[in-house]
Ligand binder design. Structure first.
Ligand SMILES: *Cc1c(COP(=O)(O)O)cnc(C)c1O
Length: 498
């Protein structure tokens, strides 16, 4: 493709993308394809002769789009929102047009310098204190691909710091603390690093958030047993139910264990801190007081297209002392003089995408007010959904709504006043979810909270309005009635309800 052909194909591509967004509402949310559908449509060998680009672009529409789950669809309520703004897309497009691996300042000064600036903007957007700003010269932030990478890096940095301060401790005595509600990133980091992971218990009474007392008891018991808990992965807004670990209580415990690193994973909910009214619920003050590292994904609820995970640390040396490997060919005068950040020492890979450009585009285009409006809109939509649940005959919340997430289940209220066992309710809710998940016009996910099967509804697609919420709750009520009817029929005829 030459420059003029690119100009033409590029205009056409933008037109196609606009049409996609205009037609999004009419599409089914979930794809209808069966596993292996694409191998039947695409040749198993790459073409010998190059093909005209228009054919390729046509095949994208014909073969790929039908196999997409439309995360930007207004009736997509599964998992968590995935940011997708036009500013973000354009940022990616420009970044890709100046493709370079950006591993140090010299590789492309603008890439590093813009990241240093937008990470401070993002910190200020969320209310993270000056200790985390790049301009502090001590702490700082950098863009990672995912929260899982960010947590792994935090754990590697924490381990390295712990080993430097406790040189006699064997690696097999080190323990990573998570809770039973922590994202699988905690376990995965343990697997990768060959370290023990202990998941601390949380209760539904505490809305599945970690209490200080639980942490204190675990620290005392493990220390007594000769183990060395060296990091706690705390969560602000768990994926499953939006639980928030009690960082105020954790702080009072952590002061007595200064070598316990506190990593705060706020992958989904952290962006809510752009609104001052949610900062207390997110324990912002305590994060500013004690967190060694903090992560949130702007690519979830933060309007910046995937991948855009942000990681801040209180001391950048924690990262560089764990990750800096500088062979002679990577040495630069600016780096040696300490005048610039070489971000390759702040993450796992050498090369890195020019992701700060899309941050810059999005933050400038939306402004702080635009972010606040979007977050408030999602939360208010979830509040109206929560109201529908409380008015519903058979549906009820399993835990209070958290930010833009509701977790609920079907608990039948029958005239007979019949009481159901947990097993019965779990069986019924699995059937209920099977009905919902077989539909293509809406997407929700299920979860299990301390043995209770439930269903999650996460709001966040930019096009979702109150009408979509009303449609969703009507549909969920209908499916609940149907699931209950079928279940009562099968259980009264003596068959197993499962
Ligand atoms: C989504 C999520 C993650 C994982 O995010 P990745 O960026 O895909 O690794 C981790 N923690 C929480 C709380 C999440 O919601």
């Amino acid at each position: 493709m030459d420059i003029e052909a690119f100009r033409k194909a590029g205009y056409k591509a933008i037109d196609d993308i606009c049409d996609y967004y205009y037609s999004l509402q009419e599409k089914s949310v979930v794809s209808n394809v069966k596993p292996g559908y694409l191998a039947e449509l695409v040749p198993s060998e790459p073409p010998v002769k190059g093909e005209p680009f228009q054919n390729i672009a046509n095949d994208y529409q014909k073969l790929i789009v039908p196999g997409l789950t439309h995360w930007q669809h207004p009736s997509f309520f599964a998992y968590y929102p995935t940011a997708c703004t036009f500013e973000g897309m354009l940022g990616d497009l420009y970044a890709s047009s100046a493709s370079n691996p950006g591993f140090n300042w010299y590789a492309s000064p603008a890439c590093t310098e813009l990241e240093v600036i937008v990470m401070d903007w993002a910190a200020k957007l969320l209310g993270l204190g000056p200790a985390f700003w790049n301009s502090s010269g001590v702490g700082g932030g950098c863009i990672q691909s995912t929260a899982s990478d960010a947590a792994l890096i935090a754990i590697v940095a924490a381990r390295s710091l712990y080993q430097r301060t406790h040189p006699d401790v064997e690696l097999d005595k080190l323990v990573i603390y998570t809770t039973t509600q922590t994202h699988s990133l905690g376990l995965k980091a343990g697997l990768i690093l060959g370290l023990q992971v202990r998941a601390l218990e949380v209760t539904s009474g505490d809305k599945f958030g970690l209490r200080g007392e639980t942490l204190r008891k675990a620290l005392e018991a493990d220390t007594k047993a000769g183990k060395h808990p060296f990091i706690l992965v705390a969560t602000v807004g768990t994926t499953s139910s939006g639980a928030v670990d009690n960082l105020a209580e954790i702080k009072t415990v952590a002061v007595k264990y200064p070598s316990l690193w506190i990593h705060v994973d706020a992958a989904w909910a952290g962006v809510a801190m752009v609104c001052p009214e949610y900062r207390e619920q997110c324990y912002l003050q305590d994060i500013n007081d004690i967190a060694h590292s903090f992560c949130t994904n702007f690519h979830k609820w933060g309007l910046v297209n995937f991948d855009a995970s942000t990681l801040w640390v209180r001391d950048r040396k924690y990262l560089t002392e764990a990750l800096d490997v500088t062979p002679p060919f990577l040495r630069t005068a600016e780096g040696d003089a300490g005048r610039v950040i070489d971000y390759r020492n702040w993450h796992l890979a050498l090369g890195r995408k020019f992701r700060s450009l899309k941050f810059w585009f999005v933050i400038r285009s939306y402004g702080i007010e635009g972010f606040q409006k979007y977050i408030r809109q999602s939360i208010s939509l979830n509040e109206s959904f929560a109201e529908k649940i409380s008015q519903s005959k058979h549906l009820e919340h399993v835990t209070p709504p958290s930010f833009a997430l509701s977790v609920f289940r079907l608990v039948p209220k029958l005239d007979s006043q019949r009481v159901f066992t947990l097993d019965e309710l779990n069986g019924l809710n699995k059937q209920y979810y099977a009905r919902i998940s077989s539909r293509k016009d809406i997407a929700l996910t299920q979860t299990v909270l301390n043995g209770v099967s439930c269903i999650r509804l996460a709001v966040g697609a930019a096009q979702t309005t109150k009408e979509h919420i009303e449609k969703a709750s009507a549909l969920l009520n209908e499916e609940a009635e149907e699931a209950l009817k079928v279940w009562l029929e099968t259980s009264s005829s003596g068959q197993s309800p499962n």
